[in-house]
Design a protein around this ligand. Structure first.
Ligand code: DGT
Ligand code: CA
Ligand code: CA
Ligand code: ZN
Length: 583
């Protein structure tokens, strides 16, 4: 029997939760399956061993009834409860859960009342008025669902960086250790650290193209082979993403690496610069033009990518900046920034514990931060308005502050936990805690978590009003977007950046790979106004402190150096930054 992976177990539990919702079952039962899904996703041990040892029920978030079901699933490979439940529903129904605006109640209604069982039928029903005519729906709801369907189409076929990075790194390692591989790179949008990738573009140089290509298409990640040749192969991995492999001779490697890293827009300028020097540049070589308009310069020898940039009169351009958004001018004028690196980070803010909706205790989060080599950890649990996330009221918050102070004494002077709150910004821009309470914290992250449907002007005003509070140290996830799932609420980024500069409010890069918000495209403007950045993992689990690396990728795409990012400051210096607005 093939091993049942953690992902498969989590998917099965999630499907059960969805089906129970469709049936209108008891919310507590549904919640239990959702909690178990999350517990499995973050469980560090071996599921099969835990099942055989009978210890699944000991995992926090998994009750005995669900533990039994998981045991059946991992030991037998199937779960009748799930299979039988699934037989009750047309399969197309499940896809509707991916549409923003469609919840279980609505799915149930369109199915039972209109006989709609697929997304295509749903789209039709929205257009011909049937959906709007349903009790409790109306024109506005139908329009909303249509927009959700459009959004889903727009995102189809892309993958979040956070969902593909681990596999991509593993493949890089495997290729690197392949005896026939000379050089290897993952190019394309992955190397440029885009927030989402359409596919993965691997490149190797070798004297044995046949062997390397065969091993690539035979890799354990591969679900199906799309194309298999000696210089180019394409496969689909189990995760759903397509991975391409290009195989070149070692002397071609720097050109291929540059070409396949892109972006396309960046490549076009590179080629123009080559032409201007009487050369032709493609993915294999830099050579003299056959019919140069002017006398060509001698073609320099290129051994690596940096040589190519030098030959074209440019400083080396980091892959993250290759979007043709000003990098050529800066590279010519030697004004490219020295981009921030993961190693520069000394601490992080905006993290959750079990006190709100996190999965690990304060102590566990602190231990994990120390293990990562960080000097400080900010705890910013949700505030009371976020009741669905078990937000803290004043009493619980102040109790947490006490607990943190106690733990700080215990941990000694080399590590510090900062007391904070991810305080909700109300609809009118006021905060979920009074100033008198906020004044007792080391810092505050202010975030919007409800009433998303304001106009851009109203939402912008709401957020700016919050930033004007001197206790608001930083602004959390500016747009609230969930990549490939939900567009952010409408905000005027430029106005918010202006207000951040005027009030001295830090803006976060929420490093959770589902968010990566504020978007990298806005950071050059923010930087030019002197706005500082905090790279925050928004960790709800110790393992999610690792999200910091995705945030650093976005900061680099935003041209930020370590001087632009406050959490590169060591303990002893960061305190002044946190307190600056209150002065
Ligand atoms: P993706 O996969 O949609 O996330 O984005 P990329 O940038 O990885 O694009 P992809 O995989 O289609 O191609 C990889 C790189 O190859 C791309 O960044 C630049 C280069 N490339 C592909 N097609 C063209 C082209 O038509 N012209 C030029 N100049 N470069 C291209
Ligand atoms: Ca690609
Ligand atoms: Ca590609
Ligand atoms: Zn939040």
């Amino acid at each position: 029997m093939p091993e049942v992976s953690k992902d498969q177990v989590a998917d099965t539990l999630e499907e059960i939760a969805m089906m129970l919702e469709l049936k209108g079952e008891n919310p507590f039962k549904i919640r239990a399956y959702r909690n178990a899904t999350r517990a499995i996703e973050t469980f560090a041990g071996n599921l099969r061993q835990a099942a055989e040892a009978g210890t699944l029920g000991d995992i926090e978030g998994i009750g005995s009834a669900i533990a039994e079901k998981i045991t059946t699933l991992v030991t037998t490979g199937t779960l009748d409860y799930h299979t039988n439940l699934k037989a009750e529903f047309p399969p197309g129904l499940f896809e509707m859960f991916d549409i923003s605006g469609m919840g279980p109640k609505k799915i149930h209604a369109v199915w039972k009342e209109l006989g709609i069982t697929t997304v295509e039928e749903l789209e039709k029903g929205c257009r011909d008025g049937r959906v709007a005519g349903l009790k409790g729906f109306g024109e506005k709801t139908a329009a909303n669902i249509l927009k959700g369907i459009e959004d889903r189409k727009k995102h189809a076929g892309r993958f979040r960086m956070g969902d593909i990075a681990a596999d991509a790194e593993r493949m890089l390692d495997d290729l690197r250790s392949h005896p026939e591989v000379i050089r290897v790179a993952a190019c394309g949008s992955f190397r440029r650290r885009r927030e989402t990738c359409g596919d993965l573009d691997f490149l190797v140089s070798t004297r044995e193209p046949k062997i390397v290509s065969e091993d690539f298409v035979g890799h354990e990640f591969v679900e199906s082979v799309i194309a298999h040749g000696e210089t180019k192969s394409s496969v689909r991995w189990h995760s759903g993403i397509q991975a391409d492999l290009r195989v070149v001779k070692d002397e071609e490697f720097p050109f291929a690496m540059n070409y396949f890293t892109g972006s396309k827009e960046h490549n076009i300028v590179m080629r123009q610069r080559a032409l201007a020097r009487g050369w032709t540049l493609n993915e294999y070589r830099l050579g003299p033009l056959d019919e140069p308009k002017t006398k060509p310069q001698p073609v320099p020898e290129i051994r690596e990518e940096a040589d190519l940039y030098r030959a074209l009169g440019l400083d080396f351009i980091e892959p993250e900046l290759r979007e043709n958004m000003g990098e050529f001018k800066a590279a010519e004028e030697h004004t490219l920034p020295k981009l921030v690196e993961v190693e520069n980070l000394r601490g992080t803010f905006h993290n959750h514990t079990t006190e709100s909706d996190g999965r690990n205790s304060l102590r566990e989060m602190a231990d994990a931060a120390m293990e990562l080599g960080l000097q400080y950890l900010g705890i910013a649990d949700h505030s009371k308005a976020s009741f669905q996330a078990h937000g803290l009221d004043e009493k619980r918050l102040l109790a947490q502050v006490k607990e943190i102070q106690k733990l700080n004494e215990e941990l000694g002077p080399d590590f510090r936990i900062f007391t904070g709150s991810e305080v909700d910004i109300h609809k009118d821009g006021t905060l979920d805690f009074d100033d008198e309470i906020l004044a007792q914290l080391d810092y505050t992250v202010a975030s919007v978590h409800n009433v998303f449907n304001l106009s851009e002007a109203e939402m912008t005003k709401r957020i700016i009003r919050a930033m004007e509070n001197k206790h608001v140290t930083m602004l959390g996830h500016v747009t609230g977007r969930l990549l490939l799932m939900r567009d952010g609420y409408a905000v005027d980024h430029a106005a918010i950046i202006e207000a951040a500069a005027a009030t001295g409010t830090i803006i976060e890069i929420n490093a959770n790979p589902r968010r990566l918000d504020m978007d990298w495209r806005w950071w050059p403007l923010a930087k030019s106004k002197g706005v500082k950045c905090a790279i925050n993992p928004d960790a709800h689990h110790t393992s999610q402190l690792q999200f910091l690396k995705f945030g650093v990728g976005i900061a680099r795409k935003g041209w930020l150096t370590r001087h632009d990012v406050v959490n590169t400051l060591p303990l002893g210096k960061i305190e002044a930054v946190l307190g600056a607005k209150r002065k």
